[in-house]
Design a protein around this ligand. Structure first.
Ligand code: PEP
Ligand code: MG
Length: 490
């Protein structure tokens, strides 16, 4: 299926769907989670489609640039083969291959065992797996957390051995029919009063989200990242809307409302949204937004604490480039947190940032004076260190690998010499300035075994990865510790 709405419709009828898009945006989320597989022609391993699919455990092939999509005719073609919407295809998320027709599929032995569906042979494999994981846990030094945005993802991560949440992205909390109205009200607000009204509508919904997540991770740390993506992502696509307005106008329909939305979409349009009004910049320009999120976080945490729970909160300010950005945000937000807690004390509370810009990495000593934790956002750090767009890398990364211009896809495995060097500098200078600083990683590399080994080598405290990769990370962390011990004894 070529649209998220169709994928959702058929998925709800029990059909098995592969959603095929050029790329995905948060607007496609409902169709993505209804699909068994996701295929995109643009993007790569760190694009929106890949990150969401990995978090949800949905097989995906992202950035298959041989595929030419013609959604208007309901077809895509690749290598001279044309596939119609509704035809059956099979995808292999490990190799990136796409097959016409239905291939025989085999379920993972471990997943079957986990679901309690194991036969004798699988039971034996499961026991061996558990013994191996117990050994890895015994020897590893790195802690392993998960990137989880919903209570279900948090529960799944915990069952796989996650020791907390290293990244809870709050953007999905701005989606869904009920919320989009309030989000648009906030974007369209002309007066402070209108904006406050929109925040008031969102706050209770956010609070409920946080209650669910803190409850699922009770007793373990949860890093909540304040909103990062640019606001236009919560409005309809500019081109689609312009076409819709033009068509509706030619049919003589009343288009006033849609025109107003289009005007706002045009106003918010950015030439380089990845480098635009997002992350902490959004927090600075729209102060009520982060204040609303922080209030919701701490009202939720306070409530659970008073009920006898142990919510452990870490607030992450994203995309910080300068120490004053973080300082000003903390100055504005800490009083909001204190007021929301109303005197209730939490057992663990930290404020920190995602280090995902080269400037932040090389001025880490200064930023660390204002931060209790750093978490390396190696998706954006790789994007900004190389100047490679994470949403377009699929077009040429294969050639770069073939020609040995890079040792591996840097969005999969940390580029030790460049991005890794920035991480090393930031972690050393950050800790020198603030010896109490906790340092982790929450970019997609946190679940890549050789990147996990690198994180061990530079002395990070934890890695955070998608729930489905938690066991891979635990094993790699154990292997890193054993490898380090072996080389030390040689
Ligand atoms: C990152 O940039 O590495 C990160 C974890 O944040 P996001 O992928 O949401 O930009
Ligand atoms: Mg980022």
């Amino acid at each position: 299926m070529f649209t998220a709405d169709e994928a959702e419709r058929l998925g709800k009828q029990g059909e098995r769907v592969i959603l095929v898009r050029r790329e995905t945006t948060p607007d496609d989320y409902h169709g993505m989670i209804a699909a068994q597989g996701i295929l995109t022609s643009a993007g790569g391993t760190n694009s929106h489609a890949a990150v969401v699919a990995r978090g949800e455990g949905i097989p995906a092939v992202c950035g298959a640039d041989a595929i030419k999509l013609s959604p208007a005719d309901g077809t895509f073609s690749a290598n001279g083969i044309s596939v119609k919407e509704g035809d059956v295809i099979t995808i292999d998320g490990f190799t990136g291959n796409v097959y016409v027709g239905e291939l025989p599929l085999e379920e993972s032995v471990l997943e079957k065992a986990r679901a309690g569906e194991a036969q004798a042979r699988e039971e034996k494999i499961w026991k061996a797996f558990e013994a191996l994981m117990a050994h890895a846990d015994e020897v590893r030094r790195l802690r392993v957390r998960a990137n989880a945005d919903t209570p279900d993802q948090a529960k799944n991560a915990r069952e796989r051995g996650a020791e907390g949440i290293g990244l809870c992205r709050t953007e999905h909390m701005f989606l869904g029919e009920e919320r989009v109205g309030a989000v648009r009200q906030m974007i369209f607000a002309d007066t402070e009063g209108e904006e406050t009204k929109a925040y008031d509508a969102l706050a209770p919904l956010q609070r409920e989200d946080f209650v669910g997540i803190f409850r699922a991770m009770d007793g373990l740390p949860v890093t909540v990242r304040l909103l990062d993506p640019p606001l236009h992502e919560f409005l309809p696509n500019q081109v689609d809307l312009a076409v819709e307005v033009a068509l509706a106008e030619s049919r003589g329909e009343d288009v006033e409302e849609r025109k107003a939305v289009l005007q706002k979409v045009d106003e918010l349009h950015e030439a380089n949204p990845m480098l635009g009004l997002r992350g902490v910049r959004l927090g600075i320009v729209k102060p009520g937004l982060y204040a609303m999120q922080v209030r919701a976080i701490f009202e939720a945490a306070g409530q659970l604490r008073r009920e006898g729970g142990d919510p452990q909160v870490e607030v992450m300010i994203p995309l910080v480039a300068t120490a004053p950005e973080l300082r000003q945000m903390r100055d504005e937000l800490e009083p909001v947190a204190a007021e929301a807690l109303g005197g209730t004390e939490l057992s663990h509370l930290e404020w920190g940032t995602m280090v995902e810009l080269p400037r932040a990495a090389v001025t880490a000593g200064e930023i660390a004076q204002t931060a209790e934790f750093f978490s390396f956002g190696t998706n954006d750090l790789t994007q900004t260190a190389f100047g490679f767009s994470r949403d377009d890398i699929g077009k040429f990364v294969g050639m770069y690998e073939e020609r040995k211009l890079v040792p591996a896809n840097p969005f999969v495995t940390i580029d030790v010499d460049g991005v890794g060097r920035l991480m090393r500098i930031a972690s050393e200078e950050g800790r020198a300035a603030n010896p109490e600083l906790h340092v982790g990683i929450c970019g997609e590399h946190g679940g890549d075994p050789s990147s996990v080994v690198f994180c061990h080598e530079i002395g990070l405290d934890y890695v955070s990865c998608s729930p489905f990769r938690v066991e891979t990370a635990r094993l790699a962390a154990g292997q890193a510790a054993v490898g380090a011990a072996e080389s030390a004894s040689k």
